[in-house]
Design a protein around this ligand. Structure first.
Ligand SMILES: Cc1cc2nc3c(=O)[nH]c(=O)nc-3n(C[C@H](O)[C@H](O)[C@H](O)COP(=O)(O)OP(=O)(O)OC[C@H]3O[C@@H](n4cnc5c(N)ncnc54)[C@H](O)[C@@H]3O)c2cc1C
Ligand code: FES
Length: 277
């Protein structure tokens, strides 16, 4: 029988957690546990989430590949598919096809200091990588995590941020653009405003930047001004997607497809592809 690559795996929602304002984290288990056991992925990969009779949306896997048998997705409610997902309950069944995309470099950056700069829901794909790096801690130098949101209620993964900050040779710096309730003791300003607060060994540091396009734009400008080379800045691109696997031609940057050749690119690659970010 010919396998249909567009048929999703059936997955049961086993847990739903309110992650932040308008963001929920869903734990999904494969209905076929054998598929769950064999399902492997890299941090930075994503899948097409299927809401039957409604549609599909690309969503990054936020759990770490070390956790077998289930996936976690953190999803902001912004439109047709994501609002339908937000209405689901524990026990409901949805579809998931993937993993797709290239994922973040891991072994390639071993031995380096790692700087994460995340904005909003952009911490979701990086969380998978951060947890994998902490699980293999001796492969990396200092790990710095800079994270910003518009307002405090939008900060995701707050318990993990606290835990990461306590780990050896790591630091976590948080910021918000504004604090309407005035109950925020931390930094106020865009996430790039945290960069002068950390010590960076330029030659030996790789930066991972993930968030809304405008944030990526300004953070990359800051990093370039600091002297980072384009090869040492890794980011993710978002495009409207259909197939998710390089067939439909909806998501290209130059001759590359974001779904298949990305969504992770170095700034140098994007420059060579003529992408103006
Ligand atoms: C690789 C990848 C990984 C992602 N990972 C995550 C993740 O982990 N978590 C997460 O929350 N999101 C993630 N996203 C974003 C998510 O896929 C989008 O927000 C998706 O559009 C949501 O689908 P929807 O049907 O709910 O929204 P839609 O109904 O598609 O609407 C989403 C937004 O797009 C606008 N829009 C609708 N149609 C169009 C159009 N034709 N052209 C331009 N704009 C339009 C809408 O006004 C709205 O603001 C990821 C995207 C990519 C590409
Ligand atoms: S979404 Fe179809 S080619 Fe990328």
């Amino acid at each position: 029988m010919i396998e249909n690559i567009y048929v999703p795996h059936l997955m049961t929602i086993t847990k739903i957690r309110d992650e932040a304002e308008n963001v929920k984290t869903f734990t999904l288990e494969f209905k076929d546990s054998q598929i769950g056991k064999n399902f492997d992925y890299k941090p930075g990969q994503f899948g097409e989430v299927t809401l039957f009779n409604i549609g599909e949306a690309p969503i990054s896997i936020t759990s770490s590949p070390a956790n077998k048998g289930y996936l976690e997705l953190s999803v902001a409610n912004v439109g047709k598919v994501t609002s339908a997902l937000h209405q689901k309950n524990e026990g409901d069944v949805i579809g998931f096809r993937g993993p797709y995309g290239n994922g973040f470099p891991f072994e390639e950056v071993s031995g380096k200091n790692i700087l994460f700069v995340a904005g909003g829901i952009g911490l979701a794909p990086l969380r998978s990588l951060i947890n994998q790096m902490f699980a293999e801690r001796n492969k990396f130098g200092k790990i710095s995590i800079l994270y910003g949101c518009r307002i405090p209620n939008l900060l995701c993964f707050q318990n993990e941020l606290d835990n990461w900050a306590k780990l050896e040779n790591s630091e976590v710096l948080l910021t918000v653009d504004a604090c309407p309730e005035n109950d925020w003791k931390g930094n106020i300003g865009v996430v790039g405003s945290l960069l002068p607060n950390i010590d960076i060994d330029l030659e030996n540091t790789v930066a991972f930047v993930c968030g809304p396009p405008v944030m990526i734009h300004f953070v990359i400008l800051d990093l370039l001004k600091m002297g980072f080379s384009g090869d040492n800045i890794i980011t993710t691109m978002e495009r409207r997607m259909e197939c998710g696997l390089g067939k439909c031609g909806h998501c290209n940057i130059g001759e590359k497809y974001v779904c298949k050749d990305g969504p992770v690119f170095s700034y140098q690659q994007l420059k060579e592809l003529g992408e103006n970010i």
